[in-house]
Every structure is written in structure tokens, then in C-alpha cells.
Write a protein that binds this ligand. Structure first.
Ligand code: ADP
Ligand code: MG
Length: 250
């Protein structure tokens, strides 16, 4: 394996008596797309919530490069380079698309650098240009001055992707990015994800649509009842009898 960017060791999480994750071990190689699949309630979202610091694991450890994420707050983990799109888009509905995209860009800059006033004016122009560039990339440039709350669900999802892309994260987590989308929006989102794959950004994607998973993932882990029951290339996973039984329905 090449450079490991995410290293998860023995992570477990229980909610009261429910063991949502048991002893998860997972390594993600830099620059790859790693998919996590599994039935509803398998623990996929819980796993992402542990990585981003929204949930504390009952035990185990998560590393990003050589940084320990376990025990850090979500905003600290975000500052370290982890971005995430949620199952339900989280955007600022009263702001324009351009403003929505500039917020994470400023947050990232202000968390990392301190600029003098002149530098800051230049930086603002730079960020605006970058924001427009990314809106163009995701196909929303014509709507840049529209209020985000007025957009369709698919466009909100695209906007949320753009809000992550402008952060240029080391690790990008996507929790069912095509959930609730029409076939048309799903296809254009896959096409967008394929284009951003070429940038070499490391991603973990949770997705129900096997067509999406098999077209995007370099590796797949299969989660069932809180445990990883199989891991491998799409080909290996597709042909794994355990997976067919537990997930693909035999
Ligand atoms: P998935 O994303 O794979 O569908 P989840 O990670 O959302 O599954 O849920 C895994 C299990 O943990 C489910 O049984 C779910 O009901 C339970 N669960 C998830 N979040 C919580 C919570 N905050 N409190 C209690 N139980 C939870
Ligand atoms: Mg989920």
C-alpha cells in the first residue's frame, strides 16, 4: 500500500446496549476513492461521524497522516483537512451561492494564516475568483447570485460539494451524495465526482447505488451490523460470497 492517509484502529461505538460499530480497522491510501457499502443501519454514517468528531468512539483510534483525530472537535478536524457532505445538504439557505462557497474558503484561510489588511484584500479577490471557478466546475456559475434556499435538491447537493472542494481537503467524506436525487441529478453528480476524482483528492464515499460505487471506487469495504465483513477491489467484493449473502441478496 502507498501512503496511508487515514488509519482507523479498533474503533468501536455503542449507543446504550446497541453495538453500532465493533472493532473497525480501515486504512485508506492517499489519492484513492474508498467506498463503504452495507445495508441500512449497518453503521456507515456512525463511522463517518466518528472520523469527523461528531461522535466519540467507545474505543479505538483514528489518525489522519500522523495527526490523532480521536478526541478532537469537529471544527479542529475540519481545520486539519477533513471535509464532509452529509445525507441532508447543510448549506446557508439565506445566502447566495457565491457567499455560501466563500464562507468555508475564509474559514480555512483564517484558521491557517493571519493576513495584513492589504494582503487580505488580495486574498479576498483570490478567494472570489476561486469560488467562481469552482461554481463553474459544478455547473452552478449562472446561479451564483441566487439565494441557496431557492435551489433544487440536486443543486443544493452540488453546492455542498463545491463548499467542500474549495477547502481542498486532504480527506473528503461523502455520505450518500446522490440520496433522494432524480436519475438525471444522480448522473450529473456521478459525472462531477468522476471529474473531481481526477484531482487525486482522497475520498470515502458511502453509497447505495452499486452503479455509482463500482464506477468510482478503487477499494470497497462492506459493513454489516457494525463490522467489516469484506474488503477489496470492486471485482473482489462483487464476487465475495459473504457479500452476496449479506448485502446483494445472494
Ligand atoms: P447506516 O448509515 O449504515 O444506515 P447508522 O450509522 O446511521 O447506519 O446507524 C447504525 C445503527 O446505530 C442503527 O441501528 C441506528 O439506529 C443506530 N444509531 C445511529 N445513531 C444513533 C444515535 N445517535 N443514538 C442511538 N442510536 C443510533
Ligand atoms: Mg447512513
Amino acid at each position: 500500500m502507498g501512503n496511508v492517509i487515514l488509519d482507523v484502529t479498533d474503533v468501536s461505538k455503542s449507543f446504550g446496549g446497541l453495538q453500532a460499530l465493533s472493532n473497525i480497522n480501515l486504512r485508506v491510501e492517499e489519492g484513492t476513492v474508498h467506498a463503504i457499502i452495507g445495508p441500512n443501519g449497518a453503521g456507515k454514517s456512525t463511522f463517518l461521524n466518528v472520523i469527523v468528531g461528531r461522535l466519540a468512539p467507545s474505543r479505538g483510534r483514528v489518525l489522519l497522516g500522523d495527526q490523532v483525530l480521536t478526541g478532537k472537535q469537529p471544527h479542529e478536524i475540519n481545520q486539519l483537512g477533513v471535509a464532509r457532505v452529509f445525507q441532508t445538504p447543510e448549506i446557508f439557505p439565506d445566502l447566495t451561492l457565491l457567499q455560501n462557497i466563500m464562507i468555508p474558503a475564509f474559514a480555512k484561510r483564517d484558521g491557517q494564516f493571519s493576513f495584513g489588511i492589504f494582503k487580505s484584500l488580495f486574498a479576498e479577490r483570490g478567494i472570489r475568483e476561486e469560488a467562481e471557478h469552482i461554481l463553474e466546475d459544478v455547473g452552478l456559475i449562472a446561479d451564483r447570485n441566487k439565494v441557496a434556499g431557492s435551489m433544487s435538491r440536486g443543486d443544493k447537493r452540488r453546492l455542498e460539494l463545491a463548499m467542500c472542494l474549495i477547502q481542498d481537503p486532504k480527506l473528503f467524506l461523502l455520505d450518500e451524495p446522490t440520496a433522494g436525487m432524480s436519475r438525471h441529478d444522480t448522473n450529473s453528480t456521478i459525472e462531477l465526482l468522476q471529474r473531481i476524482k481526477e484531482r487525486g483528492m482522497t475520498k470515502i464515499i458511502i453509497e447505495h447505488d452499486m452503479h455509482v460505487v463500482f464506477s468510482l471506487a478503487d477499494r470497497i469495504s462492506v459493513l454489516a451490523q457494525g463490522a467489516i465483513i469484506a474488503e477489496g477491489t470492486p471485482e473482489e467484493v462483487r464476487n465475495d460470497p459473504k457479500v452476496k449473502e449479506a448485502y446483494l441478496g445472494g
